[in-house]
Design a protein around this ligand. Structure first.
Ligand code: G1P
Ligand code: ZN
Length: 542
């Protein structure tokens, strides 16, 4: 039998897990013992893994396969009873979350840098999930980070790589390694939540869909569920094979990185419905013929129509959105008398509310939508929600939005990202604005008057933990708002995100960027962005 070996190590800087685990350049992860140290620290974060059951999988990006072998050896060396691995090391983030819950595992590791590009010179990441299937909460990531400081060894085995292409059980040391179909359990859950017959009939009636898997992990899931089980025309799922470099693209479903799909719905021969998902399958972008649905509007539409879907027929317990997400969903919640929570950015903040049964649906403006069916956001789930709703109402996507705006009013919304800014400049800009916040209410910012200005902090209603400095929120007279925050997931310089919002009671259509111009002018006057950064336009508009 293979005995664990203890390999001497030393702490390495830069191992602070963020909202979605640890992200770094792939080459950094590849340089031993970077990955090994972090994984050993993760075991500490779990309070040891002796006798425990873990789930392991990734989005198929470069280095996923080798990293999986390293982690399996380390899991066995530290005494894990069983590791359930997706076949070929693949598991989408939602599928991993489901598997952890379904199999009663103690936690899991997902190898992904989400929507960041993959490849030897691009990004890699390790996400850590808990027994509820959700991302590790702050307390655990803190414990992991602390463990990285004091590390002086890691435990591993000296063994050959395992064959992860073959489903079934094998043993590694004293650990059972179970290679499982990555799609089957997830597809089964979707069957329980949605009316597959109804969606099948929709496709039979000639309804056309185009789903762009962006050469990432959702390909096999979408082909199985949309094409095989629901009968969408063969070829409806494009870029369906997960590639180590995602075909050289950013597997990020937004109007910039999924441009082809975006253009397709505005061109001739546009499909009725189009959607894309990201590297690890937890994000979604929804489009209809001639229309782009902002993620914030998508959340609001799903909230307003969830009762049409079998899994949500008995109604919603409550709704949550991240603070920068538009208030469109708040209006649905108010109209339906549902509790509505605003949490900091990051899926982990929904975890306690979901576990406590306070909310059923939740979402973020960053193309993340989900429900209490698991503890991650879920790209394909959102697509199926839309399809099920459209199958029941018989409406187009455009009509669905028009009707929604007519009922609840329209919340114009856009996010402007300024990427790769000089870190010191970006930090100075936000710190100075933070310092000025108490003096701002009652003053003018460009064309708008400021009503409220706060540095957002959040007290978790379940465990009373407090998260501070979660973004600057400035509310203007006339139902408009700007939020500014620095990204916690970038790997180059700083990314400043500016979230712009303006509510209009009448449902008259107007270009969102036009409707939001005064809010952007206010943001510019508050930050002197152009002068300080030399940037006159954002890198990404969503
Ligand atoms: C971004 C999104 C955030 C999301 C996170 C992980 O984080 O803005 O909503 O939860 O990715 O997918 P950020 O880079 O803004 O810190
Ligand atoms: Zn993702």
């Amino acid at each position: 039998m293979t005995a664990p070996i203890r390999v001497a190590s030393r702490p390495i800087a830069g191992q602070k897990p963020g909202t979605s685990g640890l992200r770094a350049k792939t080459r950094t992860f590849m340089e031993s013992p970077f990955l090994e140290n972090f994984v050993q620290a993760v075991w500490a974060g779990f309070g040891g893994i002796s006798g425990k059951v873990l789930v392991l999988g990734g989005d198929g990006r470069f280095f996923c396969d080798q990293a999986a072998q390293v982690i399996l050896r380390m899991a066995s060396a530290s005494g894990a009873a069983r590791v359930i691995v997706g076949q070929n090391g693949l598991l989408s983030t939602p599928a991993a979350s489901n598997l952890i819950r379904k199999r009663g595992a103690d936690g899991g590791i997902i190898l992904s840098a989400s929507h960041n590009p993959g490849g030897e010179d691009r990004d890699f990441g390790v996400k850590v999930n808990m027994a509820n299937g959700g991302p590790a909460p702050e307390g655990v990531t803190k414990k992991i980070f602390e463990a990285t400081h004091g590390i002086d060894y890691y435990l591993t085995l000296e063994t050959q790589d395992l064959d992860l292409a073959r489903n079934g059980k094998q043993t590694l040391g004293t650990t059972v390694i179970e290679v499982a179909d990555p799609v089957a359990d997830y597809a089964e859950l979707m069957n329980q939540l949605f009316d597959f017959n109804m969606i099948r009939n929709l496709f039979k009636s000639g309804f056309q869909i185009r789903f762009d898997a962006m050469n990432a992990v959702t390909g096999p899931y979408a082909v199985e569920i949309l094409e095989r089980q629901l009968g969408a025309a063969a070829g409806s799922v494009v870029n369906a094979t997960p590639l180590p470099d995602f075909g050289g693209g950013h597997p990020d479903p937004n109007p910039t990185w999924a441009r082809g799909l975006f253009d397709a719905v505005f061109g001739t021969g546009a499909p009725d419905f189009a959607a894309a998902s990201d590297g690890d399958g937890d994000r979604n972008m929804i489009l209809g013929r001639g229309i782009y649905v902002t993620p914030s509007d998508s959340l609001a539409v799903l909230a307003a129509n969830a009762h049409l879907v079998p899994g949500y027929r008995s109604g919603l317990k409550g709704i949550a959105r991240s603070m920068p997400t538009s208030t469109a969903v708040d209006r649905v919640a108010a109209a339906r008398n549902l509790p509505c929570y605003a949490t900091p950015t990051g899926w982990k903040y929904f975890g306690n509310l979901l576990d406590a049964g306070r909310i059923t649906l939740c979402g973020e403006e960053s193309f993340g939508t989900g429900s209490d069916h698991l503890r991650e956001k879920d790209g394909l789930w959102a697509v199926l929600m839309w399809l099920n709703i459209l199958a029941v109402t018989g409406k187009s996507v455009a009509q669905t939005l028009q009707d929604h705006w007519a009922e609840f009013g329209r919340t114009y919304y856009s996010r402007h990202d300024y990427e790769r800014l000089d870190t010191a400049t970006a930090q100075a800009l936000t710190h100075e604005l933070q310092a000025r916040l108490p003096d701002l209410p009652g003053t003018e910012a460009g064309p708008l008057r400021i009503d409220e200005a706060v540095d957002f902090s959040y007290t978790d209603p379940i465990d009373a933990s407090v998260a501070t400095h979660q973004g600057i929120e400035i509310k203007f007279a006339g139902d408009a708002r700007v939020v500014l925050r620095l990204s916690g997931t970038g790997t180059e310089g700083a990314t400043l995100r500016i979230y712009l919002e303006r509510y209009s009671e009448n449902s008259l259509s107007c270009d969102p960027q036009e409707a939001l111009a005064p809010v952007m002018a206010a943001a510019e006057s508050l930050t002197d962005l152009a002068v300080r950064t030399g940037r006159t336009a954002p890198d990404i508009i969503t």
